[in-house]
Design a protein around this ligand. Structure first.
Ligand SMILES: NC(=O)c1ccc[n+]([C@@H]2O[C@H](COP(=O)([O-])OP(=O)(O)OC[C@H]3O[C@@H](n4cnc5c(N)ncnc54)[C@H](OP(=O)(O)O)[C@@H]3O)[C@@H](O)[C@H]2O)c1
Length: 228
């Protein structure tokens, strides 16, 4: 595939590495070349199969709007824009493109989500719950998109009204640690995922781009990771 990658930061550089290993052609656009989404105009998108975004919350929506309006499939790993989900879904449907996003492209995290779903039944048995997340000091959004996804999973699965409280820590070089703690008067249950590197995100994102290549529509990796 001809992939256009937006962002060559901590995660984007790993995505580029995995994409090259899997024999894709990869063209990288940095922030300097793309102010106000200037690199995402029709003549610059010619020949590109899929655009992948690992940039920042303040510019990702402009990238999505440009790419979708220009008919390009997109894989979006950048978080912090989910209040606009319905707007983006409408845009994708209107322009008939393929769009796949995730707060976390790691297959391991999606297995962790399954474990959290199983543990959520504790909330119907006199357990209280909390979510903790730790990331490196430079992470721009808090809580993390993964913690918010976890909060939604716990609420939907248990049928409780109150969302679990999320506590965020920003320190050092932590890649991404998420934990659900469920507590009763008798015991505590811990469900935890600790990312050792960004490789898992990158592999999942490239597999997602391959999966999306033959599709149109609006997808969350949470619903399709078993197929990639
Ligand atoms: N879904 C997942 O699995 C997953 C996993 C990890 C991270 N993420 C998310 O991905 C995003 C990036 O994370 P990161 O840790 O890689 O951040 P990072 O190291 O800060 O990298 C972001 C990169 O985006 C570039 N950039 C900013 N604006 C741009 C633009 N308009 N066009 C092109 N490039 C632009 C930055 O370039 P400059 O340095 O020149 O500004 C930087 O290289 C965050 O939202 C994070 O939450 C998602």
């Amino acid at each position: 595939m001809n992939l256009l990658l937006l962002g060559r930061g901590k995660t984007g550089s790993q995505v580029a590495e995995v994409a090259a290993e899997r024999k894709h052609h990869i063209h990288i656009v940095t922030s300097k070349e793309n102010s106000n989404a200037s690199a995402l105009v029709p003549q610059k998108l010619l020949g590109i199969d899929t655009v992948m975004d690992f940039t920042a919350p303040d510019c990702v929506l402009a990238h999505i709007e440009s790419c979708v309006k220009n008919g390009k499939n997109m894989v979006v790993g950048t978080t912090g824009w989910y209040k606009e989900l319905n707007h983006v879904r409408g845009l994708v449907e209107k322009h008939g493109t393929g769009f796949l996003y995730a707060s976390n492209f790691s297959v391991g995290v999606n297995i962790f989500f399954e474990m959290a779903r199983a543990a959520a039944s504790a909330l119907r048995h006199q357990y209280s719950g909390q979510i903790f997340e730790r990331h490196h000091a430079e992470k721009k959004d808090a809580p993390s998109g993964t913690a918010l996804a976890l909060q939604q999973i716990m609420r939907e699965t248990s049928g409780t009204r109150e969302p679990l409280e999320i506590t965020s820590f920003r320190e050092g070089e932590v890649v991404g640690l998420h934990e659900v703690v469920l507590e009763s008067s008798a015991d505590r249950i811990y469900v935890c995922h600790d990312a050792k590197s960004r490789r898992g995100f990158a592999e999942g994102a490239v597999l997602a781009a391959e999966w999306l290549s033959s599709k149109k529509g609006f997808y969350n990796f949470r619903d399709v990771w078993r197929e990639v």
